[in-house]
Design a protein around this ligand. Structure first.
Ligand code: FES
Ligand code: FES
Length: 145
C-alpha cells in the first residue's frame, strides 16, 4: 500500500508509522538504537526505525509486522513463535519477528549460533532467548517443507 503525508523533517520513521499511519505493531522500547523493538525492513534491509527519519523513507518500501500476514492468519514465523512459546510480555515480539523474517529471507543454512548472532540487536527481557532461537529454527524448517 502506498502512503503519502507531509511530515516535519525531524519526525522519526517509527513515530510516522505509529502516529500517522496507526501501524502500532512496531514498538518503541528505547528510542536510542539499542533494543530492536522498532525493527522494520526498508527496501529489504533490517533497520531500527527509531534511527531513521520519516523523510528518509520517501519512495522506499517499508515492511512492518502488519505486512507479514494476510487476512487474519498467522504466517509461519508468527505460528512458530506461538508454538515454541517464544514470547511472554510480547513487547519485543514484533521487532523480533520482522528480524526473523529478514534472517529467513537471507540465510538458508541456519544454525543456532547464526540465529543468535543475527538477533543480537534485538533485546528480550523476558524469554531468555532460547525459545526465540528455537522458534526461528522451527520457522526455517516449516518454510523449507
Ligand atoms: Fe528503536 Fe529501541 S526503540 S532500537
Ligand atoms: Fe517480553 Fe521479549 S517477550 S521483552
Amino acid at each position: 500500500m502506498e502512503y503519502e503525508d507531509e511530515v516535519e523533517p525531524r519526525t522519526l520513521l517509527v513515530d510516522f508509522l505509529r502516529d500517522n499511519l496507526n501501524l502500532t505493531g512496531t514498538k518503541i522500547g528505547c528510542d536510542t538504537t539499542t533494543c530492536g523493538a522498532c525493527t522494520v525492513l526498508v527496501n529489504g534491509r533490517s533497520v531500527k526505525s527509531c534511527t531513521m527519519l520519516a523523510i528518509q523513507a520517501n519512495g522506499k518500501e517499508i515492511l512492518t509486522i502488519e505486512g507479514l500476514s494476510s487476512d487474519s492468519k498467522l504466517n509461519p514465523i508468527q505460528q512458530a513463535f506461538k508454538d515454541n512459546f517464544a514470547l511472554q510480555c510480547g513487547y519485543c515480539t514484533a521487532g523480533m519477528i520482522v528480524q526473523a523474517h529478514f534472517i529467513l529471507s537471507h540465510e538458508r543454512d541456519l544454525s543456532e549460533e547464526k540465529v543468535r548472532d543475527m538477533i543480537h540487536g534485538n533485546i528480550c527481557r523476558c524469554t531468555g532467548y532460547q525459545n526465540i532461537v528455537n522458534a526461528i529454527l522451527d520457522a526455517s524448517r516449516r518454510m523449507r517443507a
